[in-house]
Design a binder for this molecule. Structure first.
Ligand code: SF4
Length: 333
């Protein structure tokens, strides 16, 4: 992996943020593209938010990209453009939590801070058979202290990389490869055949259902209309087709007149042409059901469209959109 054997804190930071909850095979492409577009912290700081989100498109968790952008500006302003070289200052940057700060501090600067990510939680909870839920306050504290106590102070980077790799390659979530594991002689979970019990989690995440009707409106000059999300909701800063959020799913009882009325001030004489099958899209705390409704509208030049960008079809790719909208656009091709 290109982020191995490097000590550039900026590149390590980019790799750690991209790889959080992203498969390595998918993250690698994003990592290489992101660095070729923004090779230094200064280039990221001076980019527009639209450009940053565009590079991030499809990765999800867009707040991470926005936080990186903010943190790059902080480095430029507070640290004269030089990446901070101690844990406290690294941890003070927007969007950098305990894990990322420890990873940057140890990998870039050789500082003695133990990383604690999902892989490390899994290895430690199995090896020591620790039943404290890893998502509880007590669990986080207990595991953080244990991880720090085990750290090889003479070579924290190698130790951190080793335990993370062990979790990623050997101590897998559903089928750990215990026969290949260098810890097999002392692992309590293997001795008691309890690997499936650990790590223990306390909370069950409740997904909130939401129903989105997107209107893919085309005018007689083949323009589309995109709106930039600005609310403190999901996908802030990304573009999408005109949206009406519904209180219930679309079905045979739906009154389309009411939904279309919500858009009429901007799109008079809107005519529905096709209602696509819903796309189900799951985020960390929400389950979104989205109907992309293709429609025609007679958009006069004097119509109030201040909240929309009028976009030629071939320029749609230039706008950063959510993964959900990207899925619809891909299906349409
Ligand atoms: S022996 Fe098995 S359960 Fe224990 S740490 Fe190794 S892979 Fe994980």
């Amino acid at each position: 992996m290109p982020w191995r054997e490097i000590s550039d804190p900026y590149k390590i930071w980019v790799s750690e943020i991209i790889l959080q909850q992203t498969r390595i095979s998918q993250g690698l492409d994003y990592y290489l593209r992101f660095l070729s577009q923004f090779p230094t912290v200064q280039s990221l700081a001076s980019a527009s938010e639209d450009d940053v989100l565009r590079q991030w498109q499809g990765l999800g968790y867009y707040s991470r990209a926005r936080n990186m952008h903010t943190a790059a500006k902080e480095i430029t302003e507070r640290f004269n453009g030089v990446f901070p070289n101690n844990y406290k200052d690294i941890r003070s940057l927007k969007g950098i939590g305990d894990y990322t700060a420890a990873a940057i501090a140890s990998f870039a600067f050789g500082l003695p801070h133990a990383v604690l990510d999902g892989n490390v939680f899994r290895v430690l909870s199995r090896f020591f058979e620790i039943a404290t839920p890893i998502d509880s306050v007590q669990g986080k504290k207990e595991f953080a202290e244990l991880a720090q106590s085990l750290l090889d102070l003479n070579n924290p980077a190698l130790y951190n990389q080793g335990i993370m790799d062990l979790g990623a390659v050997i101590c897998l979530p559903s089928s750990p490869k215990c026969v290949d594991c260098p810890l097999q002689d002392a692992c309590l979970a293997l001795a008691h055949n309890t690997q499936k019990i650990y790590p223990v989690k306390g909370k069950k995440i409740h997904l909130r259902d939401r129903y989105f009707a997107y209107f893919v409106v085309k005018d007689s000059d083949k323009h589309y209309f995109l709106h930039k999300r600005t609310d403190k909701d999901i996908w802030q800063g990304l573009y999408e087709f005109p949206l009406v959020e519904l209180s219930r799913p679309l079905d045979e009882y739906t009154d389309y007149t009411e939904i279309v009325n919500a858009l009429l001030p901007s799109f008079p004489q809107l005519t529905i042409q096709k209602i696509n099958a819903p796309i189900k899209h799951i985020l960390s705390h929400q389950c979104i059901y989205a109907w992309f409704i293709e429609a025609k509208a007679d958009v006069h030049k004097n119509t109030s469209l201040v909240q929309y960008n009028m976009v030629d079809e071939q320029d749609l790719d230039n706008y950063a959109v959510s993964r959900l909208t990207e899925i619809y656009l891909d299906q349409r091709m």
